[in-house]
Design a protein around this ligand. Structure first.
Ligand SMILES: [Fe+2]
Length: 260
């Protein structure tokens, strides 16, 4: 057969006696070829060809589905990032906050050796932890002076607002606890529910450390940010009261290791 490319056989010292080739077809295009070489007995038949093609059709469907699934996943992640951008654009001094919190959360999760699926959940929660701030009025969000008690009460609603917003997206419901409770304190003095210790979802305890760290090192109109060293000392001082000591420990190790 003049279509046979002999050079591979020659280079690999392989003898091709017979072969069968069928295209991998999706609805739109041919994405590859399936090839069978050297049937154990006899030559390939028309029946083999039909069997092979139906096998190739199944493979093409599976590959195409996997590609679509990946594209959907990618789009979901981009949407999540766009949502969090929406807050950063409104809040004048959170520029880059989400990205930094995400980075610190990932460093902590690596230090703790969390499994990949948990890391993915934590990643989404870290990106969206302050999404509820879209429901807070601009004058409170962007106020240059410290908030009054009343304004602070409104600001403290953002974890619940975030939980409400994400409640509309079935695929994101599992990350709601991490968002709803990221301002709880280990000793029960936080909000919105005053949960204590292990009652606070683990991912919320991680976000709390990363979020507070970034808030401490960021300059505010009424207050200059601390150095990283001062901030980690502050976190350690509050381990066991405000923060989960295990998380602070992992955080300090990750910082020592130069992860952020
Ligand atoms: Fe927050």
């Amino acid at each position: 057969d003049p279509r046979f490319f002999k050079e591979v056989d020659e280079a690999a010292d392989f003898v091709t006696h017979n072969l069968i080739c069928v295209p991998l077809r999706t609805k739109e295009e041919i994405i590859g070829v399936v090839q069978g070489i050297n049937k154990r007995d006899g030559d390939f038949t028309q029946e083999d060809l039909e069997l092979f093609q139906s096998l190739a059709d199944q493979i093409a469907i599976a590959l195409d589905n996997a590609r679509l699934y990946e594209e959907l996943n990618e789009m979901a992640l981009q949407l999540v990032k766009a949502l969090s951008e929406a807050i950063e654009k409104r809040d004048s001094y959170t520029g880059g906050h989400t990205q930094r919190v995400l980075k610190v959360c990932m460093a902590i999760s690596n230090q703790l050796g969390l499994p990949p699926e948990e890391k993915r959940q934590l990643m989404l929660a870290a990106i969206l932890h302050d999404i509820g701030k879209v429901g807070i009025k601009d004058y409170i969000l962007n106020k240059d002076d410290e908030l009054t008690a009343e304004e602070f009460d409104i600001m403290r609603k953002h974890p619940l607002l975030g939980a409400d917003i994400l409640g509309h997206i079935k695929q994101l419901r599992s990350i709601i606890p991490a968002i709803k409770y990221h301002h709880e304190h280990y000793d029960g003095s936080g909000y919105p529910e005053g949960l204590k210790g292990e009652e606070i979802p683990f991912h919320a305890r991680i976000i709390a450390v990363a979020d507070t760290f970034d808030a401490m090192i960021t300059d505010r109109p009424y207050q200059k940010g601390m150095s990283k060293e001062e901030a980690v000392e502050e976190l350690k001082r509050n381990a066991g009261t405000q923060f989960d000591p295990q998380v602070v420990d992992a955080f300090a190790k990750a910082l020592d290791g130069g992860d952020f």
